[in-house]
Design a protein around this ligand. Structure first.
Ligand code: GDP
Ligand code: MN
Length: 384
């Protein structure tokens, strides 16, 4: 689960990391009030879960509360689009923070490196809004420091990494402190990513976390009741938020074939087969056990909220559930929804043949195997 910047900063501040003072606002009036309290020189920051807000117009720097409030009027309710999130996200909350005078921008992150089988610290002197380009064009400018799972980090190895990353020596001791605090926060919060970009050195020599991204391992959330999980706020995609409200496991993927299946493994297999057939799945959706009509209907509604969906593939392995019951459920759910895209259905298990008959009679396209389903759906898209 990704935290909003303001939540991430609260978490870091609790662990002693220096973050700019500020407050969270829902209205331009609140922006003005907070900005006034902070003395007028502020940065207004859209609280949406995506990177590149600066480039997308979601960050504004101001010298007085009035212009901050004016800027916020246009930002509230606006859909912010970035390279990382072409669908965009609506801005509902703004973080208003004191404007700091930045001399240098560094990059600092702690994350799980699966290839290295450990957590690592990533350090770069080339922080700021172009870190993605640095990673591509100048990868040596980013230094990775593995965190030993037994004894953690020693000061000397952090110092060596800072030298290797060509971090200004003025910042070294503060950076060592910050890295150790971040490591502690990372472990305590069961995070799998903490990213500080920019980690800013101010003109008066203070090292400040000017931006913060934190992702918490969703499987550990039960250990952190203090990190409240608000689906609307934590979803990166509106349909994912709605899915979370409905208690449906849905992940937005970006292709054109809508997918509904039962069992995460079967759904992932379906997604792979769609790719093999030359198309991309629009989503992951695990309908769960049973596949009752109401549940199926709710899932289809969800998948169809994505206007990119050009064909729907339903893949149900019945097992001991009777296939004909599942088929009837699907048919009655679809009757109410009246979709005008091709719907390919594969049902396997008890009474599968009877199931296919029911589907065919209802104008759906029954198939026998996952491969056939994927190929059929993909061909329908390519010829449509
Ligand atoms: P992102 O684009 O979503 O990563 O948003 P950031 O919070 O990183 O802000 C983008 C950029 O705005 C930063 O790289 C800074 O250059 C600038 N910025 C953010 N806060 C401040 C601030 O307090 N003072 C100054 N001078 N610049 C800031
Ligand atoms: Mn940033």
């Amino acid at each position: 689960m990704k935290l909003q910047e303001y939540q991430a900063k609260e978490l870091l501040a609790k662990h002693g990391v220096i973050v700019p003072a500020g407050g969270i606002a829902d209205t331009p009036e609140e922006v003005k009030r907070i900005a006034t309290e902070l003395g007028g020189k502020v940065v207004v920051k859209a609280q949406v879960l995506m990177g590149g807000r600066g480039k997308a117009g979601g960050i504004g720097l101001f010298d007085n509360a009035e212009s901050a409030a004016e800027f916020s009027k246009n930002l509230f309710g606006k859909r912010l689009i970035s390279i990382q999130n072409p669908d965009g996200l609506i801005v509902e909350k703004l973080l208003v923070v004191e404007k700091i005078n930045i001399d240098k921008e560094f990059y600092l992150a702690i994350l799980l490196d699966r290839a290295a089988q450990s957590n690592i610290v990533m350090i770069s002197a080339k922080g700021g809004m172009d870190i993605e380009e640095v990673a591509i064009n100048d990868p040596d400018a980013i230094v990775n420091l593995p965190i030993n799972p037994k004894w953690g980090l020693c000061d000397f190895e952090i110092r060596e990494a800072l030298k290797k990353a060509k971090i200004d020596p003025i910042a070294h001791s503060q950076m060592i402190t910050m890295i150790k605090l971040l490591t502690k926060a990372y472990e305590d919060a069961d995070a799998n990513l903490i990213e500080i970009n920019p980690c800013a050195l101010t003109t008066d020599g203070k090292l400040v976390a000017a931006d913060a991204k934190v992702t918490i391992d969703p499987n550990a959330l039960y250990r952190h009741p203090e990190i409240q999980q608000t689906p609307e706020a934590s979803a990166e995609n509106a349909i994912e938020a709605e899915a979370s409200n409905r208690g449906i496991a849905y992940v937005h993927l970006g292709g054109n074939v809508g997918v509904i299946g039962n069992g995460a493994g079967l759904v992932m297999l379906t997604i792979d087969e769609i790719a093999r057939a030359g198309q991309r799945a629009a989503n992951f959706l695990d309908v769960g056990g049973g596949a009752q009509a109401e549940r199926v209907k709710s899932c289809v509604e969800l998948v169809m909220m994505n206007t990119n969906v050009k064909a729907l593939l339903i893949n149900i392995f019945g097992g001991i559930t009777r296939g004909d019951e599942v088929a009837s459920g699907i048919v009655s759910a679809l009757k109410e929804l009246k979709l005008n895209i091709p719907i390919v259905v594969r049902i396997e298990g008890t009474n599968a043949e009877k199931a296919r008959e029911i589907l065919a009679n209802a104008g759906l396209i029954p198939v026998e195997t996952v491969q056939e389903a994927a190929a059929t759906a993909s061909n329908l898209i390519m010829t449509s």
